[in-house]
Design a protein around this ligand. Structure first.
Ligand SMILES: Nc1ncnc2c1ncn2[C@@H]1O[C@H](COP(=O)(O)OP(=O)(O)OP(=O)(O)O)[C@@H](O)[C@H]1O
Ligand SMILES: [Mg+2]
Length: 299
């Protein structure tokens, strides 16, 4: 594996069994890599497999087939996972949409933020309180929050506490599954700025999952577009916006809201009509670094 790749996903497939012989193919032959220190955006409509992919990467689920390399370690191999468990649990952190709501209600913010350090048996150089205060500060909250409980915080504040909790471990990789979807538009913009700044300061690798393209445009260096369990296009963000090749990507772009309500009102949002040929094809390089599932791309 090339050293510059923090994460390398290869031919990943995942199936949810339903009753009887029924099953859902949530991921179908997904391959891509995330470079060290980049912010990679993963977008796609609801049900396209984004959360399933995040959970596989974080070892919540075991893939049906395919491999996941994190810093060269095949984390989907149970033996390699067991051998590196401690490192994997600290150097990778997961933030999800409801991270804020799943905080322990009985714990003070200070203890919530420093709990991962205690679990990992890691004593900070300074006091736990100071460490919590610094992590909160990075997530945009002052020390006044240290003695408060989650029930007394707003949704945005709780989500920031969850982010501080992830940061305290000084992760090398953060996988964030729609971390700001539950927040209002102005808070979302603030949080995107915060992620941007934090990533620059801390230089972690960031896999950022979102429903739509509006946020990834600002935040991400590269983007992968998912549709029904398959990756249909991967490109540098600028290239993707300038030259979207897959019909589904074009529909996603057309559905980004226009800030002008008059224009927005009269706008017709196109719908993607799945094309089996287009979806079944291989992910091939159409231009340097720009991959797309082949088929008809000329409409
Ligand atoms: N626990 C489960 N049992 C059965 N099917 C599931 C389960 N979780 C997800 N699925 C199915 O797997 C597919 C992918 O779901 P996933 O949650 O990964 O999508 P997503 O892209 O994260 O969607 P969203 O944007 O709504 O969060 C969907 O068809 C979904 O119905
Ligand atoms: Mg999801």
């Amino acid at each position: 594996m090339a050293v510059e790749n923090m994460l390398e996903i290869s031919h990943l497939t995942y199936v949810f069994p339903l009753s009887g012989n029924l099953f859902i193919k949530a991921l179908d032959d997904v391959s891509f890599s995330v470079r060290r220190g980049e912010i990679f955006g993963l977008v796609g409509e609801s049900g396209s497999g984004k959360s399933t992919l995040a959970r596989l990467i974080m070892n919540v689920y075991q893939p049906c087939s395919g491999r996941i390399f994190y810093k060269g370690i095949d984390t989907a191999d149970p033996r390699a996972f067991r051998q590196n468990k401690g490192m994997l649990q600290t150097s990778r952190q997961f933030i999800f949409q409801d991270s804020g709501t799943s905080l322990n209600q009985r714990m003070k913010v200070e203890d919530i933020v420093t709990e991962p350090l205690r679990i990992a048996g890691r004593k900070p150089d300074v006091s736990y309180r100071r460490t919590a205060s610094e992590a909160l500060g990075q997530a945009g909250l002052n020390e006044w929050y240290l003695d408060r409980y989650p029930a007394n915080l707003s949704g945005g504040e709780r989500q920031r506490v969850a982010i501080a909790r992830a940061l305290v471990m000084e992760p090398e990789l953060i996988v964030a599954d729609e971390p700001i979807a539950s927040l209002d538009a102005s808070m979302q913009a603030q949080m995107v700025n915060l992620f941007h700044r934090l990533q620059e300061e801390r230089e972690f690798t960031f896999l950022f999952i979102a429903h739509d393209l509006a946020m990834v445009k600002f935040l991400c260096s590269r983007v992968g577009v998912m549709y029904r369990g398959r990756l249909v296009e991967v490109a540098e963000t600028k290239e993707l916006f300038k030259n979207p090749l897959h019909a589904y990507t074009r529909v996603l772009m057309a559905s980004i809201p226009i800030p002008d309500p008059r224009k927005e009102r009269g706008r017709k949002i196109p719908v993607y009509e799945p094309d089996s040929e287009e979806l079944a094809g291989e992910l091939l390089e159409a231009a340097p670094g720009h991959l797309v599932r082949t088929g008809r791309q000329d409409q």
